[in-house]
Design a protein around this ligand. Structure first.
Ligand SMILES: [Zn+2]
Length: 248
């Protein structure tokens, strides 16, 4: 039974699935490593709070729905990591595909996901007059070569916000709550921002959004096994989302 709430949990990076017909385009010899470091492992379960969840079913190494579709608007496209990655996290080549193929991936995966996302936000707005998107991610415990922020000292939790879409009290509440639970927390570091479907982006204040990023070292080890911190952070996220609901 799904919880009735104005909340949508967005989990774009937890999938590892690569459609079989796409596999032949990957040129990297480091594919397994790349999938390991780039996937937000277990986030579809970690952020399963009973609220409506939208989970991207395909690996971000095929298509990343969290990026802007248009490379000219996406800063990461300059290093081969726009909506369709052509580079690995260390800057080496990930895959070689034609522009036509790229467009096919965008319409098949990116557009479908965003259309669904938009519809779900619309439903929440119709029902509740507001919507809160909780963008659920995790990050590698050391900076990967592609990341702009190379500071080795990474927080346990990063809260990503948007001036227009993140209510100030939600931001404050999250930082305080996670700190009280014993985690180190930073705002928009090492990752900034939070997702909002383009239809509503900076044009509809009823759509609120905040990103929670969890440092992997809290809940898993380098062999991808869950550690004893897993259930604790899962419970803490569930409580944080209920507190968020009261903030909007
Ligand atoms: Zn992510």
């Amino acid at each position: 039974m799904k919880r009735k709430s104005p909340i949508i949990i967005n989990v774009p990076h937890s999938a590892t699935y690569i459609p079989p017909h796409e596999k032949k385009y990957y040129t990297t010899s480091n594919f397994k490593h790349e999938l390991n470091v780039m996937t937000d492992h277990y986030c579809d379960d970690l952020y399963d709070t009973g609220d409506k969840m939208i989970r991207f079913p395909i690996s971000r190494l095929v298509c990343d729905p969290e990026r802007f579709r248009d490379d000219s608007e996406e800063i990461m496209a300059s290093i081969g990591m726009g909506a369709i990655y052509t580079s690995c996290s260390d800057g080496s080549e990930l895959k070689a595909i034609s522009l036509k193929h790229k467009e096919r991936l965008l319409s098949r995966y990116y557009d479908r996901y965003h259309n669904r996302f938009e519809r779900e936000v619309e439903k929440k707005l119709r029902k509740y007059g507001k919507c809160l998107i909780v963008d659920g991610h995790s990050f590698y415990d050391e900076p990967l070569p592609y990341e702009f922020d190379q500071n080795q000292n990474r927080p346990d939790i990063c809260i990503g916000t948007d001036e227009y879409h993140t209510p100030e009290r939600a931001e404050e509440m999250l930082c305080n709550y996670f700190r009280e639970r014993g985690y180190s927390v930073e705002l928009n570091r090492p990752f900034a921002g939070c997702i909002v479907p383009i239809k509503y982006y900076h044009s509809d204040r009823r759509v609120k959004s905040v990103m929670i990023e969890i440092n992997r070292k809290i809940y898993m080890d380098h062999s991808l096994a869950k550690t004893c911190g897993y259930m604790r952070i899962k419970q803490d996220v569930a409580i944080a989302v209920r507190l968020l609901e009261k903030c909007i």
